[in-house]
Each structure stands twice: as C-alpha cells, then as structure tokens.
Design a protein around this ligand. Structure first.
Ligand code: AMP
Ligand code: GLY
Length: 429
C-alpha cells in the first residue's frame, strides 16, 4: 500500500513510526513532515490545506490511503474533496468528511449533538453576537467558575475559564466582538465540571469500531497543573482508574450513543474519534470531541498497540470494520514533552538539538517541532521532542522516559518533571 500521512508534529511522527512497521506498506510519504530522520518514509513538500495539491500528489504517486493527522484539513473538507475529486480511483481516506469533523469544528454543533442523543456532558447555553445582553445576564445566574468556549477552531485557545463574573462578562464581550474571528461568532457557556480528565480513542467506520488504549494528558505548562494551557506537556497510558465500571459506562453511555447518533443524523464517519472525558464521582462526561488523535496522547498510545495499525486504518477508510480487532500491550507508556523556553507564549526557533542518539532501549524519541539545517536537527516549534518511556509499570515507564529526556539538550529547553505523579498518588489512596 502507498500511504500519504499529513501533518508535521509528534503525533504524525508516531503514526509514521507505527505505519512503517506494517508488512503491507509499500511507500510511506509524509507531508510536510519534520526532521525525524527516518529511512522508512519519504518526505513530501505539500501543504495539507492545499487540497488540489494533495489530490494531484495522490494521483501522481498512486496513493492508496491518506492518513490526516491534524483536524484543520478535515474540518475544512479535505476528505470530502478527495472522495469527490477521485471517485474513480481506489483512494481511501482515514478521516471523516467535514460534517463528521463538525464534532470538533463546532462546539455548538457538538453540544447540540450530545443533547439530542442523550450523551452526558455539562449543561450549556449558546449565544451569538446579537445575544450579547442575554449572555451577560445569563452569566449572572450561574455559579463560578465560568467556562466560555468559542464555537469554532481557535488553535487550542478558544476555551477560557474564569472565576470572576466581571472578567467572564468582559471576556464574552470580546469573544462575541471578534477576538477569535469567525471561530468566536458563537460562544458556548457551559457548567464547570470538577473531576479528573482522561481521553478515550476509537477508530471507526461509523458502525463498528476498535477501542485504542486510553490516555491522560498534562495540559498545563507548570508542575502541579499550574500556569497556562499548552497543547500537552506529557501523557500516560494506560489510565489505571479507567477500567471496570467506568469503562463500561464510557462505552455504553458515550461511545455507542455517539456512533448511533451519527448514524441517526445521517453522518457517515470514517476515522478516529477522540473523546475528551472527565470523571466526576465515578460518572463520565464528554468535555469535547476531536476528529483525530491527540498530541501527545498518540506518542503514548501507539507504542502500546501490538496490532498492525495500517490494515485497521484501511478498514476504517473502506467501511469494513466489522471483524476488526486490536490487541494492546499491558505495558505502561509515559511521554514527556521537551519544549522551547517561553512556550506556550513567544519562543525562539532554530536551536541546535543534541543527544538525540542517546536513546535508552526502553524509550522512543518522537520529533514534534524540528527542522533540518544541514546535518543538524534544530528546534522549529514550541513542543520540540516527545520522549516515550516504556515499562512494566508507571514508575518504570517514567524512569525510562526521564533517563532519555536528560540526554537531550537545546538552549532554553524545558519539561515537566511531574508527569504521572498524580496517577501514582491516586493509585496509593
Ligand atoms: P476543550 O478545548 O473543550 O478540551 O477545553 C479545554 C480544557 O478546558 C479542557 O481540557 C478542560 O481542562 C477545560 N474544560 C473545558 N470544559 C470544561 C468544563 N465544562 N468544566 C471544567 N473544565 C472544562
Ligand atoms: N492533547 C490534546 C489534544 O490533542 O487535543
């Protein structure tokens, strides 16, 4: 099979690493990719948002399967475009059409979907710019903290949580006034849920699915979950508390009703669904849907998948998941993200990265934001390198991750030293 993988982060390097292990693979093209030097794939100079160029590339290189990593091209309709553009060829796309991707692309759509199908989520109201006064009044009737969400994609910055009523009112004024452009034309105000977040992933053809390993990510920049939100500073898989009753509730009340809801609404869906969940006193609620895998969750979950992922991606893309199954390693994976100084605010790029060869045998190094400069690998993003340690338990996985992390250096690099510590504490109590 010829595969075109789209994206350039740690999630995509991990997908490339996993797909490259498949005996079914002929050539893996990765566009635009990063500096992960790997003889197993061919980098292609292609913008995933340039749909014409992607279609032309697929024709020229006889691509069988496109695997989109990030959400933007899916929300913008890449899968629709390729499915319509090349109806006569055998091209398959492991990602949903724009309507399915609305689960991530519009918070209002996702909330209405969940309400319509009885899927547990925080109570909410939505407002547009015409309803500013109503929104300001509404905030006065609900308890703090106030959770405000721009409706559309806002590069991970569209969710604002505030304790102070006046601050929340001024934020919603700004949001509806255009702070996030079109993404903020509508704003969802939702009840604050207090609990522990975790993430569940499926690969589906819209009817049947395989459950991937679950994960917990660490969003805040600072230790002890403090400071600004980031794209993710680390991830752990498995999540010990996701088992037994909680797992069954997630499958019965969230995963199955989501697939049935898509079917009832006439929305075909082929690809990943990422359920961002929160457990409140033993009950799971959906915080958000994503139409793709998570980053850095992917770096922790794919190393735990024993099955060949490529035929599963192809089955999802073909609509043929009926007898699909996936086997998971009982080992623990712990991912630590090494980031640029200043991230998630302004940071510098182009710093030389050293130590990438000193990888312990029990760890994997994935490039998240890197570029090549001559023979050197340099930083090219806020999140630069994801190191995943593998072990028989969480302490062993963390030890293996941090041993490798300590060998990797670039100017002003940083990482969180407390990844997984909350889960270790929870296991003890
Ligand atoms: P989202 O982009 O929807 O995942 O939101 C970003 C982050 O905001 C989530 O990962 C949560 O930490 C937090 N969050 C979102 N919605 C809520 C909620 N209703 N209650 C508490 N925290 C929330
Ligand atoms: N790590 C969170 C995400 O990928 O959305």
């Amino acid at each position: 099979m010829n595969v075109l993988l789209l994206g350039s982060g740690g999630r995509e390097h991990t997908l490339a690493w996993k797909i490259a292990q498949s005996p079914l693979l002929k050539t893996l093209y990765w566009a635009p990719g990063n500096a992960a030097a790997d003889a197993m794939h061919v980098r292609a100079d292609l913008d995933p948002m340039d749909f014409e160029a992607v279609a032309t590339f697929c024709e020229r290189h006889q691509i069988d399967l496109v695997v989109p990593g990030p959400e933007n091209p899916l929300v913008a309709g890449l899968a629709d475009f390729l499915r319509e553009k090349t109806p006569s060829t055998n091209l398959r796309i492991a990602g949903p059409n724009a309507r399915g991707a609305m689960l991530e692309g519009s918070k209002a759509f996702a909330k209405e979907f969940m309400q319509r199908h009885g899927i547990p989520t925080a109570a909410y109201r939505e407002f547009d710019a015409e309803q500013l006064d109503a929104a300001l009044d509404y905030l006065g009737t609900i308890p703090a903290p106030y959770v405000l969400k721009a409706d559309g994609l806002a590069a991970g910055k569209g969710v604002v949580i505030l304790d102070d009523l006046e601050a929340a009112r001024s934020e919603i004024r700004e949001m509806l006034g255009g702070k996030f452009g079109d993404a903020g034309k509508k704003v969802v105000v939702e009840a604050f849920l207090k609990g522990t977040e975790f993430s569940v992933f499926i690969l589906t053809d819209g009817q049947d699915y395989v459950l991937l390993p679950e994960a917990k990510d660490y969003k805040r920049i600072g230790e002890g979950d403090t400071g600004l939100n980031t794209g993710g500073m680390g991830a752990i898989s498995p999540v010990a508390f996701f088992g037994g009753a909680l797992k069954q509730k997630v499958l019965d009340r969230i995963v199955t009703p989501t697939l049935e809801g898509l079917q009832n609404d006439g929305i075909p869906y082929r690809g990943f669904i990422f359920f961002g969940l929160i457990e409140v006193d033993g009950e799971p609620f959906v915080i958000e849907y994503n139409c793709r895998l998570g980053d850095p969750e992917t770096e922790a979950i794919l190393p735990r998948i024993e099955s060949d992922l490529l035929p599963l991606l192809d089955k999802a893309a073909r609509g043929d998941m009926k007898n699909a199954s996936l086997s998971t390693s009982p080992q623990t994976a712990a991912t630590v993200m090494i980031v640029s100084g200043g991230y998630p605010g302004a940071y510098e790029k182009g710093k030389n990265i050293t130590g990438l060869q000193n990888v312990s045998t029990e760890s994997l190094v994935f490039h998240a934001g890197t570029a090549s400069k001559g023979n050197e690998v340099v930083t090219n993003g806020g999140r630069v390198i994801a190191v995943t340690g593998i072990g028989n338990d969480l302490p062993a996985a963390l030890k293996n991750a941090y041993t490798t992390v300590k060998h990797i250096h670039f100017e002003k690099s940083g990482y969180r030293k407390d990844i997984g510590q909350d889960l270790l504490k929870r296991q003890k109590t």
